[in-house]
Write a protein that binds this ligand. Structure first.
Ligand code: PLP
Length: 390
């Protein structure tokens, strides 16, 4: 089989073998419905509660009942924002940033079409918002502030404690999309005044299609998915028992890996970054050098196309991703890098490497060996690259 070096963990992660093992019984023998009256089904319910406890523990939440299971990050984000808007029907203003994931941005774009007003805060060249701009954007009409914990493309970490404190003082509900932060950086919700927080299983070695929303006790809540009485009427639909159990185990593993593993992953990321900057001219790091997830680096290679780099990396079995998406045949630069004002000559050639605990030193050495000739070759054949770089 072709060698695969997977460094695209902000897109999705490998299901941990321990997670898979824990899920198996619920896809085979233990297939009962947790809402059933009979023992066969009913006994499954306790595993859901165990998973809820594991998630609350990782997040440092004060009570497991603050966790609602969802289908993933997108549903959690939608639920958080829609719930707040429906709970405060007189308020029609939302504050978010220009660099959110489409799960928040596209919802906000939709909400604008039905009469809501949205403030999209800009970011500076390091990817951070201006706190004074946030303060002055809040008014009597603001229902919710939704700002991500960490950016999926650059790994930039927002000052969530400071932002949450401002929201609390001004009496506005605060939601954070923590899909990229959970399991990568430690925090404690008993000390962080966040009202609502989204997470997604497949970003932390649980399967796709399972996630959770943290709802602080006392926060007004109106369900998005209306149906059965599951999740105490806060999210209808028969529970994804196997996914929930998997997410619980993934959270336990993430907590264990938070110390030494995190340091190891950061050291690998730093080694990769240093080697690239040293060996390849005309490169830059996109994002704040310090306030960044330990596993992520977004690197701009001047004068070339990210898609071309990705294709050549793919030939070598290296899975990374670019900041730009190919939309209807035209190359649209990443909205995140655009908002940061990344220079035009770098923006198209920006690549994200995102590591996980399954990456080894050999993986990094392999990338360091293979990337420089790829960049050199592409610059040679690029109409802009050759004359500028040689
Ligand atoms: N929010 C962020 C920051 C993400 O990175 C993602 C996934 O890429 C999502 C939300 C969406 O999560 P899901 O794929 O579980 O719906």
């Amino acid at each position: 089989m072709k060698k695969v070096i997977y460094v695209d963990n902000n897109a999705t992660t490998k299901v941990a073998p321990e997670v898979f093992e824990a899920m198996k019984p619920f896809l085979t023998d233990e297939y009962g419905n947790p809402s059933s009256m009979h023992t066969f089904g009913g006994k499954v319910a306790k595993y859901i509660e165990q998973a809820r406890e594991a998630i609350a523990d990782l997040l440092g939440a004060s009570d497991p009942s603050e966790i609602i299971f969802t289908s993933g990050g997108t549903e959690s984000d939608n639920t958080a924002i829609m719930s707040t808007l429906r709970s405060y029907p007189d308020k029609k203003h939302i504050i978010t940033t220009k660099v959110e994931h489409s799960a928040v941005l596209n919802l906000c774009h939709y909400l604008e079409t039905i009469g809501y007003r949205v403030t999209y805060l800009g970011v500076n060249s390091e990817g951070l918002i201006d706190i004074n701009e946030l303060k002055s954007a809040i008014d009597q009409d603001t229902a919710v502030i939704s700002i991500m914990y960490a950016n999926n493309e650059t790994g930039v970490i927002f000052p969530i404690e400071e932002i949450a404190e401002i929201a609390r003082i001004r009496g506005v509900v605060f939601h954070t999309d923590a899909v990229q932060a959970v399991g990568k950086i430690p925090f404690k919700l008993t000390e962080l005044p966040v009202d609502l927080l989204s997470l997604s299983g497949h970003k932390l070695h649980a399967p796709k299609g399972i996630g959770a929303l943290y709802v602080r006790k006392g926060t007004r809540f109106t369900p998005l998915v209306i149906g059965g009485h599951q999740e105490h009427g806060r999210r209808g639909g028969t529970e994804n028992v196997a996914g929930i159990v998997g997410l619980g185990v993934a959270c336990q593993l993430a907590k264990q890996a938070m110390g030494e593993e995190r340091t190891r992953i950061k050291a690998l990321r730093d080694k990769l970054e240093r080697a690239i900057l040293e060996k390849i001219p005309h490169t830059r790091i996109n994002g704040h050098p310090q306030y960044r997830l330990p596993n992520t680096t977004n690197i701009g290679f001047e004068f070339i196309e990210g898609e071309a780099i990705l294709l050549m990396l793919d030939e070598k079995g290296i899975c990374a991703s670019s900041g730009s998406a190919c939309t209807s045949g035209s190359l649209t630069p990443s909205h995140v890098l655009k908002a940061m004002g990344v220079p035009f000559t770098f923006i198209q050639g920006s690549i994200r490497f995102s590591l996980s605990r399954y990456n080894s030193e050999e993986d990094i050495d392999y990338i360091i060996k293979n990337l420089p000739p790829i960049i050199a070759r592409l610059r040679e054949i690029s109409p802009y690259g050759k004359e500028r770089v040689s």
